[in-house]
Structures are given as structure tokens and as C-alpha cells.
Ligand binder design. Structure first.
Ligand code: SAM
Ligand code: SF4
Length: 331
């Protein structure tokens, strides 16, 4: 590692990069992407896999140790295992994971595993096919997601984390069902508080549920114990029913902020390095990279502007920095 380790002005060491490989998606989750989609990036604006690998290489010299591939939906980008192979060959990268909606996972699980993805996070907001249709707004997705999850288990992925965004009136009555499934399957079900973006203001103002409420509902079934949780637990806090193979996690960006422990930055599909999920601060790495410049000063600049905390306000896009959807930054 060079002496340019990634430590910000608040003493937080950055060792984790979330890389968005596309802004496109094959679903239209109500809390994320508008039905009509977004103004998509042009092909030439996207970083190539070689360019992404170059940025990972530079950041590795500065202390990067963990990478997550995300999107939009990363599996809609062609030849994703090629990028996975490039990153997994970097010896310093100790952990390489992927976030996906799993619609295309059945056909790709083996190739991704062979290329070097170690862990998967899968978004699944309901255990009922008709509800997945109304939340993800691409009918017929549920059976494909379940096939994808089975294929992931068969390919040897473990742990498998399931991300559930809480939406009042749409999946709150399934909180108990999701908790119960951790007694049957080795799934780590994580409830996520909905964050406000330009595209979901109505929903986040009127249909927000806190994780405190989710935990209260689960405690009514049977008491749960706080546990360490699976590897790569990030900001989630975990609980478990006695003897269950899986765990129940909560991710609370709205009710309990965890910015003081933030160890990550984000790289958008068009090569903007974002020091925080929200806010307008970002640094263009793509153009200096294409001009053959040294990226280290640009990365150091981004660290300097990493905010102390996000400024999200329930039901308002003030603080989101003009972000329309998390699919634009990788969530
Ligand atoms: N398409 C992939 C997926 O859905 O897993 C990866 C990208 S998605 C933007 C990453 C994560 O962000 C998902 O778990 C999704 O549920 C979550 N997410 C998207 N919009 C959100 C919001 N407004 N509030 C909270 N979580 C959100
Ligand atoms: Fe697509 Fe993921 Fe956003 Fe859903 S949360 S619309 S699957 S990017």
C-alpha cells in the first residue's frame, strides 16, 4: 500500500467500493425506478470493464480490500463474469460480492461463482408472486427470482442475503413471514428502511415503515437474540430465532444513522466516484482516466469532500442531491 491510504477528514478509513456497472434495470421497483425508466447513459459514457479494473487497481494501492458489483441490475450488462474475473485476480481484494434482483440469476449463477463472486445479496420484497408483480412492476418475475435463488444455493453461494425494503400497505404484513423463513432456510433476511429519492417522494412520505416497528412485530412471534451476523455485515444489525439457520437483519438509514462507521465509496456506471450515497458531491474519474492522468489525486480529492453524514429528510428530496433513484448510484 502507498502512503496515500484512503482516510477521510473524520478519520474513517475507506476500504470498500460499490461499483455500479449499469444504470439500466429489468425491473421497476416502486421505491426505486420510475415506470418509464430514466434517461439512460450512452454507451460511450459507461466505463468499460478494463477501465473499471484500472480504477480498482489504483484504489487497491490505496487500501481498497472489498468490492461489491451492483447497478441498476448488474446482470443485464453483457459478459459480467469477465469483469468479475478481472477483479477477483487482484490479490488484495479479499471480498467480492454482487447485488442483484435475481431475475437472470438462474442462467448466470455458475459462471459468476466460477469467475469469483463470493457472496450474493438478492432483493426480494415479497414472498407472494402477485405482490412481487405489483412492487417490481414487471409481471412474471417471481418464479424467475425463486429459480435464481435455488441456482445460487446449488452453485454454492453462502451466505445469501435477502434485502426487503419495507413498504407500508404493500409488504408490512409479510414481516413475520420473512422472519419465519429464516427458521427454514439459511437466509439472512435484512429489512431496509426506504430512503427518499426524487422518484419516490410520495411513497417515502406516506408508506415508510421503520425497522423498529418490524422488530416489534417479530418479537411478538418469539423473542430474538442479537447476533454477530454473516460476514460482510456492514451497517446491518442482526438477530436470530433460537436454533434458526438464518438471521434477521435491519438496515436503518433513516431511524438510526450509521455514517460515523462508513467505510465505503461508490463508483457510478459513468465513472463518477461518490463519497456518499446521497448528496451532490462526486468526482469525475472517467475523463482523467481516459486522458491518461494519475487518478490518485482525484481519489484523494473525493476523500476530502466525504461528508460527515447524509442529510436525508423523510419524504423530501432535499439532501438527496438531486438523485432520482438509487439505481443511478448503485444503492
Ligand atoms: N438491482 C439490484 C438489486 O435490486 O438488488 C442492485 C441495485 S439496487 C439499487 C440495490 C439495493 O438498493 C436493493 O436492495 C434495493 O432494494 C435498494 N433500494 C433501492 N431504492 C431504495 C430506496 N429508495 N430505499 C431503500 N433501499 C433502496
Ligand atoms: Fe432495479 Fe434494483 Fe432498482 Fe429494483 S431496486 S428497480 S431491481 S435497480
Amino acid at each position: 500500500m502507498t502512503d496515500s491510504a484512503m482516510i477521510d477528514q473524520f478519520g474513517r478509513r475507506v476500504e470498500y467500493l460499490r461499483i455500479s456497472v449499469t444504470d439500466k434495470c429489468n425491473l421497476r421497483c416502486v421505491y426505486c425506478m420510475p415506470m418509464e425508466g430514466l434517461p439512460w447513459l450512452k454507451r460511450e459514457e459507461l466505463l468499460s470493464y478494463e477501465e473499471i479494473a484500472q480504477i480498482v487497481g489504483t484504489m487497491t494501492d490505496m487500501g481498497l480490500r472489498r468490492v461489491r458489483i451492483t447497478g441498476g441490475e448488474p446482470l443485464v450488462r453483457k459478459d459480467l463474469p469477465d469483469l468479475v474475473s478481472m477483479i477477483s485476480k487482484v490479490p488484495e481484494i479479499e471480498d467480492l460480492s454482487l447485488s442483484t434482483n435475481a431475475v437472470l440469476l438462474a442462467e448466470k449463477a455458475d459462471a459468476l461463482r466460477n469467475a469469483g463472486i463470493q457472496r450474493l445479496n438478492v432483493s426480494l420484497d415479497s414472498l407472494r408472486a402477485d405482490r412481487v408483480d405489483s412492487i417490481a412492476r414487471r409481471p412474471g418475475s417471481y418464479p424467475k427470482i425463486m429459480e435464481g435463488l435455488d441456482a445460487a444455493a446449488a452453485a454454492g453461494f453462502a451466505p445469501i442475503k435477502i434485502n426487503v425494503v419495507l413498504i407500508r400497505g404493500q409488504n408490512e404484513d409479510e414481516i413475520e413471514d420473512f422472519a419465519e423463513i429464516t427458521r427454514e432456510r439459511p437466509w439472512h433476511v435484512r429489512f431496509i428502511e426506504m430512503m427518499p429519492t426524487g422518484a419516490n417522494l410520495d411513497l417515502s412520505a406516506n408508506q415508510f415503515i421503520s425497522c423498529t416497528e418490524a422488530l416489534r412485530r417479530i418479537e411478538r412471534i418469539e423473542s430474538i437474540e442479537p447476533v454477530q451476523g454473516p460476514f460482510g455485515n456492514g451497517p446491518a444489525r442482526y438477530y436470530q430465532f433460537k436454533g434458526a439457520p438464518g438471521t434477521i437483519g435491519v438496515i436503518t438509514p433513516m431511524s438510526h444513522n450509521y455514517c460515523d462507521r462508513c467505510n465505503r465509496m461508490r463508483l457510478t456506471a459513468d465513472g463518477q466516484l461518490r463519497p456518499c450515497l446521497f448528496g451532490a458531491t462526486q468526482t469525475n474519474l472517467r475523463d482523467p482516466l481516459r486522458a491518461g492522468e494519475d487518478l490518485v489525486p482525484h481519489i484523494q480529492e473525493t476523500l476530502k469532500i466525504k461528508p460527515e453524514r447524509h442529510q436525508l429528510i423523510q419524504g423530501s428530496d432535499l439532501g438527496s442531491g438531486g438523485l432520482i433513484a438509487l439505481s443511478q448510484t448503485g444503492g
